[in-house]
Design a protein around this ligand. Sequence first.
Ligand SMILES: [Zn+2]
Length: 63
Amino acid sequence: MPIYEFKCADCGNEFSEIRRIGEDKGVPCPSCSSVKTIKKISAFASISTGGNTPTCSHGAGGG
Ligand SMILES: [Zn+2]
């Protein structure tokens, strides 16, 4: 099951909950028990920080 990140719009608390696909609504805030939680966009691939990464491009050789 994917882990969704939520942010409470009431107290601003950020928490993560393991929810099923589609059941990412109505998640109560563990801090103030508010249901005004906003689901954050979970990044599947981590973004590398600090300079550019050398891409492995060998180039298409004939043959
Ligand atoms: Zn809250």
